[in-house]
Ligand binder design. Sequence first.
Ligand code: SF4
Length: 354
Amino acid sequence: MKQFFTPALLEWNQNENSRSMPWKGEKDPYRIWLSEIILQQTRVEQGWAYYENFIQAYPTVKDLAAAPEEAVFRLWQGLGYYARCKNMLAAARQIVDQFHGHFPNTYDAIQSLKGVGPYTAAAIASFAFNLPHAVLDGNVFRVLSRYFDIDTPIDSTTGKKQFTALAQELLPHAQSAAYNQSIMDFGAVICKPQQPACSICPLSKKCKALQLNLVGLLPVKTKKLVIKKRYFYYLVLQYKDNIYIRKRTENDIWQNLHEFILIETPQPADIPTLQAMPVFKSTFVDMSYNINGTSAAFKQQLTHQTIYSQFIFMSVTKQPEMPGYIAVPRTQLDGFAFPKTITDFLKKRELSLF
Ligand code: SF4
């Protein structure tokens, strides 16, 4: 089985793999790293344009390291998981400071970069330097668990160890880049999560899951994803032509992005309920305000959370004291990086109210 697996996979890659991506075959570690960071938690179709924009704006790691944080965040806007962006910038600066601007060329040094885990380190080490490190991502887990009929949960420590050892054993050391690319592409286009193409699969005659009719049951995971619902009410406070915004600094989603005044509730709430909340009262203490209307509801789906947002248009006639907030002219709001839900709102904003 093992002897058949690797040659069959490489042959499929050579003769049949037509999956194209802008960074495929790339040998520049900076570009490989950028594509891998962008692709974590992001679909290829969505990440493609971002990758090209980043390469155009910052052709080298030194350019990226020298870029102002706000500009990098704005380019990242819409990709989500902003911790990735923050780590990416930190890693670029680490490469300039610790490695004199040269991308590190050993697995351990690559893994020492901020935001780079075992998978990304193996991808860069093999694709850029042809070092013998097997990648292990969702595609690889799926292909191996099905072909070898392994039901150890892939999110358990035992499972990770078992799959890592197997992936490393299957890796042909002289062809690590081609092999890693093959197995990831194979998982994406043939051994897909839903409706894998078993009828045309070059591994089918030896695939244990197919023989035992277990394809739909593998791979196994222990944890079920629990999705939390959060309700965000944004107070879009206007004084003259200015709107009040702040940068999110808490250890929560959307760190370093900007937002309006936020009131979060565990359930949907109406305006009188919001006005009765201590956080609302303390924001508007001794301040008379008008509520001019509300927006439609917006929904943003994250991996572990669903965010329901609504925007409430408010105005004051006296300059408010808003510690931690900055007053920004309405026409200049587009110069700040916001979460997708606020960007969507700004695109659709009802100009008569706001
Ligand atoms: S036969 Fe089906 S389940 Fe088995 S490796 Fe091929 S595509 Fe995956």
